[in-house]
Design a protein around this ligand. Structure first.
Ligand code: ZN
Ligand code: FE
Length: 241
């Protein structure tokens, strides 16, 4: 039985994600950018929240943990670093598994943006929740980790099947596309950027993306090695577009 993913905007440019294991009806919330919005969506859907899955400790990812746990009784699962802002019920790291009813999430180490960042990958359904590691045409800033660490994390995600649906935590895609066009003249990128600008004009989300699309057009993945990746990341940090 598959999962159903419900995606909705939170804060200024975050996405909230609720995922339901269709066999048991149990739901998980991926990060907690905005407790009020997430609780409203849960109510609307009538889903039963069993788990909060945190990708990293930043307030726009774990700041709503306490309020959502108090309202639903959900268990908080996340890397140890989340305890900087919220208690957790279960600590996970790369290589662990988390069960949501009949759905199995692999925990993938994805440090770089923060040191302990993890992603949650459901191989049976081809779905990955990657937090602030990989974005559509972009990647997370290196607040805590090194370029080598982030490159290794991105390679771990790039190794997933091409048709994996990648749920990134922010709608940064139009700005990422402007940067990508400034460093890469690839025709496939140009075509994708045009489609992105048009989608954003219409107010449509550009998330989820896929691993195949990112491998083909994302300048951070196309860098080829950690050193070249570091240079692209530095250029993006100072890009004014
Ligand atoms: Zn973050
Ligand atoms: Fe974030």
């Amino acid at each position: 039985m598959p999962v159903t993913v419900h995606q909705f905007p939170c804060l200024s440019d975050n996405y909230g994600f609720l995922v339901r294991d269709d066999e048991t009806g149990l739901a998980a919330c991926i990060d907690t950018p905005e407790a009020g919005a997430i609780l409203r969506e849960l109510d609307k859907l009538g889903w039963n929240l069993a788990l909060i899955l945190n990708t990293h400790w930043h307030p726009d990812h774990a700041g709503g943990n306490a309020e959502i746990k108090a309202a639903t009784g959900a268990q908080v699962v996340g890397p140890a670093e989340v305890t900087r802002i919220s208690p957790i019920d279960r600590e996970v790291k790369g290589g662990d598994e988390v069960l949501l009813g009949a759905t199995r999430f692999q925990v993938l180490e994805s440090g770089g943006h923060t040191l302990g960042h993890v992603a949650y990958y459901d191989a049976a359904d081809g779905v990955a929740f990657v937090g602030d590691t990989l974005f559509a045409l972009g990647c997370g800033r290196l607040f805590e980790g090194t370029a080598e660490q982030m490159w290794a994390s991105l390679q771990r995600l790039a190794a997933l099947p091409d048709d994996t649906r990648v749920y990134c935590a922010h709608e940064y895609t139009a700005s990422n596309a402007r940067f990508a066009l400034s460093v890469d003249a690839d025709p496939a990128l140009k075509a994708r950027a045009d489609a992105i600008f048009a989608a954003r004009e219409r107010g449509e989300p550009t998330v989820p993306t896929t691993i195949g699309l990112e491998k083909a057009t994302n300048p951070f993945l196309r860098a080829g090695n950690a050193e070249a990746f570091a240079a692209v990341r530095q250029a993006k940090d100072v890009f004014k577009g």
